[in-house]
Design a protein around this ligand. Sequence first.
Ligand SMILES: Cc1ncc(COP(=O)(O)O)c(C=O)c1O
Length: 461
Amino acid sequence: MESTMLKKSETYDNVKVPDRWGVEEETTKVSSTRLITRETVLQQATQEVLKQGKKVIALVGGDPTRFPPLFPADSVIKYLAEAAIDGWNMYISGARPQRGYKPSDDLYEAGMYWGHPDTGTPWRDALIQEIIRREKVIHKVYYTAKDIFLQPGTTQAMNQLYLALLDPGDVLLGPEPTYQQYFFYAKYFKADFETSLSFEEDRWQPDVEDLRKRITKKTKAILIVNPNNPTGAVYDEKNLEKIVNIAGEYKLPIISDEIYDCLTFDVPHSTSIASISKDVPVLTMNGMSKFFAVTGWRVGYLAIHDPEDKIPHIRKTLEITTHIAGDAHAIATPVIVAATRAYKDWDKSLEHCKWMAKELKKRRDYIMERIDDIPGIKCTKPEGAFYAFPRVESIGKNKKWPSEEHFLADLIKEEQITFVAGSNWGPKQGFAHFRLVFLPKIEVLKEVFDRLERFMKKHSK
Ligand SMILES: Cc1ncc(COP(=O)(O)O)c(C=O)c1O
């Protein structure tokens, strides 16, 4: 029998221990996260302003929780407390419904209790059923329980999907500008995100022909964010159809982030690309964060639409990776119970979301009016979500500001307002833009736009 003892050459006996803690060189993980944490002129300017004790109004974060949530805090506390008191504190284990741990007082026979009805599994299944109902009623997409992977947020759904999908050297392809996390995380997996163009002058609709031209053998999937962050574009059905056709032609699955699907201003909701696709696999991501204005609940999901079972390997890998990631989904069990009740109250939720959209539309109209009167700034009207993506004419080579960072650094120093630099959202088309969030009340937006107008007037002289 072969010895399991370490050979002399594998031990540190008589060998100097190298001067490191686990890694000798900078890893891909470190360098890809550096993309997010890099030092910039804007960060330096922000530090300076904060050190002087000045207050900054920052329209940077996409968190709608300042809107009164549909579920008042006391009812949420009640749901959570009831769940805990009723004993729903256990693991809800396994990616698929038949699995589930029994609490550890029964550990000696735990093996017999996989799928026991006393585990939290019924709640997980109930939440999945509510999500299926939501997707059916709003989008006319028909999922079954095995198609829904609960995740602690859409961001985590994307992470799990990348984990299951991407090998080093793979490329994701999608129209920019797009949600910045998708670039950063692709790098994290030693993969890349290639962007295609959009028509800024045509409501930021995707340039589908450009998308087609950029497909290579390395392309692994097409990824869209609809309604879009940061442009607020809501993609036309005819463009979605074209994307489905291209994906079908090149045998690529589509990934679609639809977290803002009901926060639309001119149509009742965006079209889910899965509702158009007959046979092309679509992996849709959505969650509670924006629809219910409860970003901190961390409830999201990934839904697989694959009627012809073309991507069983992705499904299988997801089953395993979500399990490895911590008890299938890692959403706290009492939160699952509360979330199920929230989704059950579905009609009220939709009404509440449409009320939010109506309020946001007023804020959108207000900022568009103000931008019209500001010299040197142009903005395509957002049609959904709560972001606008204006362009500053005097940013660029041999212009007043060499980059958005320099523009924003001056803006925070002189007027103590701040936004996010556009290049974060699109390496090709984000330049000379900034992303602003129009979630705050009109009084706050008024103050921000008074300052922005004063700044632009001063610098356009
Ligand atoms: C396009 C997009 N997807 C996902 C998220 C995050 O969603 P979650 O809170 O479910 O992780 C955001 C948040 O801003 C977003 O803009």
